[in-house]
Design a protein around this ligand. Structure first.
Ligand code: CA
Length: 224
């Protein structure tokens, strides 16, 4: 899953970036409202962390503009302590969740996973797709109850497919949601990683749809 962090305080932005990368997210960072708006408007993020006090364009205005432009990406806002009016304004502008500063970094990751899951129609943190089970919080993956050890990159790919089980995911879409914007998308790393995942979970679980992409849980209804 790929997220955008819009935060002007460099030390906090870096801490958020590191913590979310450690939690298996691909992370882009913007340091002002203008850059933040542009990235959120043009890149297909799975969720966005948005500070409200930002240079150039304030966070509420950024959020309003995304919503007016039809962007439905889940947005978690960062608010100052005790500013209830700020939270209300945030929700009015289209925020999905908020966290009050100062916060635990882990809490951001947990809330983002929940927002992303909900946005793709899943209620439980454990995604079930036939014989495959994937726990979005712990990162635990099992096939027929047997644990499967995946690398961080392999997990990101499988997790994206599991969130969108039953649907064909193109190579481009997968690259856009598994890697940050500085990744060199010309490499054939995706095919290599998919090959490794198939060897670990069983080749039949991920179907290649010729000329279109990949599908987890072929022929089955997406597990909800
Ligand atoms: Ca700020």
């Amino acid at each position: 899953m790929r997220v955008l962090v819009v935060e002007d305080e460099p030390a906090l932005a870096l801490r958020l970036q590191k913590a979310l990368q450690a939690a298996d997210f691909a992370v882009d960072v913007a340091y002002d409202g203008e850059e933040g708006f542009h990235l959120g408007d043009t890149e297909p993020y799975d969720a966005i962390v948005l500070d409200l006090g930002l240079p150039k364009i304030d966070g509420i205005t950024v959020l309003r503009r995304w919503r007016q432009a039809g962007r439905t990406t889940p947005v978690l806002i960062l608010t100052a302590r005790g500013q209830w009016s700020e939270k209300m304004t945030g929700f009015d502008a289209g925020a999905d969740d908020y966290v009050t500063k100062p916060f635990e970094l882990d809490e951001i990751a947990y809330r983002l996973r929940a927002l992303i899951r909900r946005a793709s129609g899943h209620v439980s943190p454990e995604l079930v797709c036939g014989r495959l089970r994937l726990d979005t919080h712990s990162g635990r993956v099992t096939v027929d109850g047997q644990p499967v050890q995946l690398t961080a990159q392999e997990f990101r790919i499988l997790s994206y497919l599991a969130h969108h089980a039953g649907r064909v995911v193109s190579r481009t879409e997968m690259m856009e949601h598994v890697y940050d914007r500085h990744f060199d998308s010309d490499s054939n790393v995706l095919e290599v990683l998919l090959g490794r995942i198939r060897r670990k979970i069983g080749a039949d679980l991920i179907e290649t749809v010729r000329g279109q992409g990949y599908r987890l849980g072929a022929g089955a209804e997406p597990a909800r």
